[in-house]
Write a protein that binds this ligand. Structure first.
Ligand SMILES: [Zn+2]
Length: 85
């Protein structure tokens, strides 16, 4: 059970509570943009070895969440997993 004082919680609830998330493969949105971080644990998403390559993201690919944090916080945030159109 995740506590509300978990170190990874830094106010994401305002942005992410009850959002629909999509499981996607990370790819660079622009050539000069080479990585993102999990919005909870800060693990790195990139097209490099030893980084995360897929995870949960908002529809606009703005926020990324690693699979571990998704599992830890899905009840607290009441996420819905969306189906790609
Ligand atoms: Zn994470």
């Amino acid at each position: 059970m995740i506590e509300s004082n978990d170190w990874r919680l830094t106010g994401q609830k305002k942005l992410l509570f009850q959002k629909t998330l999509y499981f996607r493969t990370w790819k660079a949105p622009r050539p000069e943009w080479d990585h993102d971080h999990c919005t909870f644990c800060m693990d790195k998403f990139a097209a490099l070895p030893d980084t995360l390559h897929e995870g949960y993201t908002t529809k606009d690919n703005y926020v990324w969440i690693c699979p571990n944090c998704f599992n830890d916080f899905k009840e607290m945030f009441q996420w819905v997993v969306g189906v790609e159109e």
